[in-house]
Design a protein. Structure first.
Lengths: 114, 111
């Protein structure tokens, strides 16, 4: 199994541009989530999904959209990038949503918005 | 908002010594997890302890949980240079599997 994969690894955007961060998992996990990690802030939850067709907001959802059309994929869209969105983004998945299991993390996407 | 707060923020020890990191949280939890993050990498799950457990072991890792004090500790025994990483606690209060992470402890183990 590849586990959780994320593309791209690095991205530089100009303010106002849009882009999609890709996330895929091959473990048939129900639960998927997106976090951002900023220096000294730990990880903060952006959006999460408990199954195909079901998404919900986390702690810091503004400026981001998600969709989950398949079990495997959970893309994160930045609609109009802002410098405040400069961060490292991690996608994670877990076996089930109704019981807590360990989360498996992707390698991250380092995004810089100028 | 951060639920867990790790202490200390940074820890530097010699290889072979034990490393202890603490985590405090604010609200009631179903379970608490510890993760490791090597520089520039994603997080890796280390251990999960449920709210009705007091202690758990996994290899050189020992985790304790005191729900009355809302705190947990992670002990790494006989540390190695390869243990150099940031360590995060994450709590779950029951909301659909969502985890709330602390800010982490940066551990440096010198050979």
């Amino acid at each position: 199994n590849a586990g959780v994969t994320q593309t791209p690894k690095f991205q530089v955007l100009k303010t106002g541009q849009s882009m999609t961060l890709q996330c895929a998992q091959d473990m048939n996990h129900e639960y998927m989530s997106w976090y951002r990690q900023d220096p000294g802030m730990g990880l903060r939850l952006i959006h999460y999904s408990v199954g195909a067709g079901i998404t919900d907001q986390g702690e810091v959802p503004n400026g981001y959209n998600v969709s989950r059309s398949t079990t495997e994929d959970f893309p994160l869209r930045l609609l109009s990038a802002a410098p405040s969105q400069t961060s490292v983004y991690f996608c994670a998945s877990s076996y089930s949503w109704d019981k807590v299991y360990e989360q498996y993390f992707g390698p991250g996407t380092r995004l810089t918005v100028t | 908002s951060q639920q867990g707060e790790e202490d200390p923020q940074a820890l530097s020890i010699q290889e072979g010594e034990n490393a202890t990191m603490n985590c405090s949280y604010k609200t009631s939890i179903n379970n608490l997890q510890w993760y490791r993050q090597n520089s520039g990498r994603g997080l890796v799950h280390l251990i999960l302890i449920r709210s009705n457990e007091r202690e758990k072991h996994s290899g050189r890792l020992r985790v304790t949980l005191d729900t009355s004090k809302k705190s947990s500790s992670l002990l790494i025994t006989a540390s190695r240079a390869a243990d150099t990483a940031s360590y995060f606690c994450a709590t779950n209060g029951g909301s659909q599997g969502n985890l709330i992470f602390g800010k982490g402890t940066k551990l440096s183990v010198k050979p």
